[in-house]
Design a protein around this ligand. Structure first.
Ligand code: PMP
Length: 390
């Protein structure tokens, strides 16, 4: 793992972009600058930073699904979904996902990000209220901002505050948005309480199941299914094809009238090139594997519990393990040390997480055997000791 551009060359001080130099220096001084990690084919690293929770992105059946779709439809979807970018493979995938997750209809977008932005902006606009919380993913936040609705943000988990905001509103229409499993630390949101608050106050609830699909619920059907809410009225679920299903893309699930509304109104659906055929083929093959083997999510959860216990992190509610380090510098140093010793871990620090809670963020996979889980735990513990954390 190396970086392509370790130090960026400053631009001329007379240039209009000169302020970027100051920003770059300030971020570096704080140890907060970011460089994408470049994965290389020859690397023999164990990847504990990916969202490939079930290990399906390299499963032979999933790769064959992608290849078959490329053979049938080519490498690009060739246009927007409304013009040439919808194939029968797209419709088959949408139908199968809707059936698996217990909703009448589904619509696929080319990313989870675009699915969230598209769904929120199509469901709320000027003169409406959105109630969100402090733990939501950036794609939900951006959807709220772009909607032009009035947005009330409550503390994560505070469903009573959501209820109050809905009760006290002057707007007729309201939408509550939340992650089902928070992306930062894998903790679940109070979905049952949020749904009850929404129903009591004639609001819709949009739940992002990105980190719950393939992880929680019966056969990996997610937290909404675990709570018996699949297909419930006024419930909109979004999820991604880019995590447990090992592909790429996003999906919105709900009643058929929601699907047709999004086709008419969601700008990220209308003006974006349709989901790539390779992603459609891969996601559909992965969905087949998940259907055929309901023990996959359990294997993932077992591995997550084993690794969390071994590194002294709290028992995880999903696939995400947070090993809190505290200050950003030792967290960054520990992550780099892990990488040097063949384990690729995530590192979250401000502004992604509150000050003082910089952490190693670990995600295990269902396809790791117990010996590998124990081995990577030893490496992580040794790295933490070397940087003086434990
Ligand atoms: N929602 C959540 C909760 C996420 O964590 C992510 C991505 N990490 C997304 C949406 C965006 O999905 P995608 O990467 O498919 O655009």
């Amino acid at each position: 793992m190396t970086t392509l551009h370790p130090i960026s060359a400053p631009v001329g001080t007379d240039d209009a972009l000169a302020w970027l130099n100051d920003e770059a220096v300030a971020l570096r001084e704080l140890g907060l600058h970011r460089d994408p990690v470049v994965r290389r084919p020859e690397a023999t690293t164990v990847n504990l930073a990916s969202n490939d929770y079930l290990g399906l992105s390299t499963h032979s059946a999933v790769m064959t699904g992608a290849q078959a779709a490329v053979e049938a439809w080519g490498t690009g979807s060739t246009g927007s979904r409304l013009v040439t970018g919808t194939t029968v493979a797209h419709i088959d995938l949408e139908d199968d996902l809707a059936d698996f997750l217990g909703f009448p209809a589904a619509l696929a977008f080319s990313s989870g990000y675009l699915a969230n932005v598209g769904a929120i902006t199509a469901l709320a606009g000027r003169g409406d209220l959105i109630v969100s919380d402090t733990g939501t993913h950036a794609s939900l936040i951006d959807g709220c901002r772009l909607s032009r609705a009035r947005v009330v943000v409550v503390e994560r988990g505070d469903h009573a505050a959501v209820r109050n905001a809905l009760r006290e509103r002057t707007e007729e229409r309201a939408l509550v948005v939340t992650d089902s499993v928070y992306s930062i630390d894998g903790e679940p949101a109070p979905i049952a309480e949020l749904y009850a608050a929404a129903r009591d106050h004639r609001a819709a609830l949009l739940v992002d199941e990105a980190h719950a699909l393939g992880v929680r619920g019966p056969g990996g059907r997610g937290l909404v299914a675990e709570l018996g809410l699949s297909g419930a009225p006024d419930l909109v679920v979004t999820t991604v094809l880019s995590k447990s299903l090992g592909a790429q893309g996003g999906v919105v699930l709900g009643p058929p009238v929601l699907r047709s509304h999004l086709i008419d109104r969601a700008r990220t659906f209308i003006f974006d090139t349709g989901l790539n055929p390779a992603a459609v083929g891969a996601a559909h093959a992965a969905l087949g594997l998940l259907r055929a083997d309901p023990s996959l999510p359990q294997r993932l959860r077992d591995n997550a519990h084993r690794l969390a216990a071994a590194v002294g992190a709290p028992a995880p509610a999903a696939a995400v393990i947070s090993k809190i380090v505290g200050e950003p510098q030792p967290a960054v140093a520990a992550a780099a040390d892990c990488r040097e010793h063949g384990v690729f871990v995530g590192c979250f620090r401000p502004p992604s997480v509150p000050a003082g809670t910089s952490r190693l963020r670990l995600t295990v996979r269902a396809d790791l055997d117990i010996a590998t889980v124990d081995h990577v735990a030893d490496i992580i513990n040794a790295s933490l000791r070397r940087v003086g954390v434990r």
